[in-house]
Design a protein around this ligand. Structure first.
Ligand SMILES: CC(C)(COP(=O)(O)OP(=O)(O)OC[C@H]1O[C@@H](n2cnc3c(N)ncnc32)[C@H](O)[C@@H]1OP(=O)(O)O)[C@@H](O)C(=O)NCCC(=O)NCCS
Length: 244
């Protein structure tokens, strides 16, 4: 593939993915995320040619002009789109597949503890929302989506959506995943919930079966469903009004 073909497919991928992009010229002139990827292609070549200091210097020049800090050792696939560019960091041993979209502020970083392969692997067609942090030698499977502001610390299966700090799955293969067990969210608050649930169970035992065993989270799920129905009803109502 010629250099021109690479540039053309990069520009086309921006035109396909960003509704704000109107023309070829606009994409060439106003998308620092693309410049960052192109500068990286050169610095990665220098890195592989063992001109490591030169590669680091070039990547820092790229960072100065684009706000995107990509280590020259990182492996980037084709048609990577870094939208809005500012503040994106991609570490040395990160691997990024093809057709990946990263928004501003995304970090593909290390945890500060590992050596060797210590940055994430992001598979094809993954979407990472703004300011998400993917930390450590983890893998985000194909077609998965990471919510804005999430902190992902463990592997994400393919075709999933994860959100939160730390991130948990909310969709898998198109199906909504509802958390029914606090063990599924590994943060200090869930530890408190687990302790509380154990205490309630013990108190119920002490009551000797007088209390009705509540079905876990059924009420919350029903409330959420009703709320979604109401939102959908309002949305339809508003969209009907738009035509008037
Ligand atoms: C993660 C994302 C892709 C999910 O979109 P979706 O598939 O439509 O998912 P939903 O909106 O149905 O959300 C599913 C649940 O996750 C929650 N959620 C969604 N995004 C979240 C986020 N970033 N952080 C925390 N929770 C989030 C929703 O509140 C909802 O929870 P609920 O059912 O308990 O109310 C989207 O919310 C997102 O974060 N996109 C990033 C956009 C972005 O970076 N834009 C930058 C523009 S400059």
């Amino acid at each position: 593939m010629s250099l021109f073909d690479h540039i053309r497919e990069d520009v086309n991928s921006v035109l396909e993915r960003d509704p704000a992009a109107r023309s070829w010229l606009e994409v060439l002139l106003c998308y620092p995320g693309l410049w960052a990827v192109w500068i990286h292609r050169v610095s990665h070549f220098l890195w592989r040619s063992r001109l490591r200091l030169l590669a680091r210097i070039l990547s820092q020049v790229g960072r100065f002009f684009t706000g995107v800090d990509i280590h020259p050792g990182a492996l980037l696939g084709r048609r990577l789109f870094i939208d809005h560019a500012a503040g994106v960091v991609i570490g040395e041993t990160a691997i990024v597949g093809s057709d990946v979209t990263l928004y501003q502020g995304v970090t593909l970083g290390g945890t500060g503890k590992g050596h060797g392969k210590r940055h994430p692997t992001v598979c094809d067609r993954v979407f990472v929302g703004n300011n998400a942090n993917l930390l450590g030698n983890i893998t985000v499977g194909e077609n998965s989506r990471v919510g804005a502001g999430s902190v992902v610390l463990s592997d994400v299966p393919p075709n999933s959506t994860v959100v939160g700090v730390p991130a948990h799955i909310v969709y898998r293969n198109g199906e909504r995943v509802l958390i029914t067990d606090p063990h599924d969210i590994k943060d200090p608050l869930s530890d408190a919930l687990i302790a509380l649930a154990a205490r309630v169970e013990k108190l119920e035992e002490q009551l000797g079966g007088q209390a009705q065993p509540a079905e876990q989270f059924t009420a919350e799920a029903a409330e959420r469903e009703a709320y979604r129905d109401e939102l959908e009803r309002l949305r339809q109502y508003v969209s009907m009004g738009e035509g008037i």
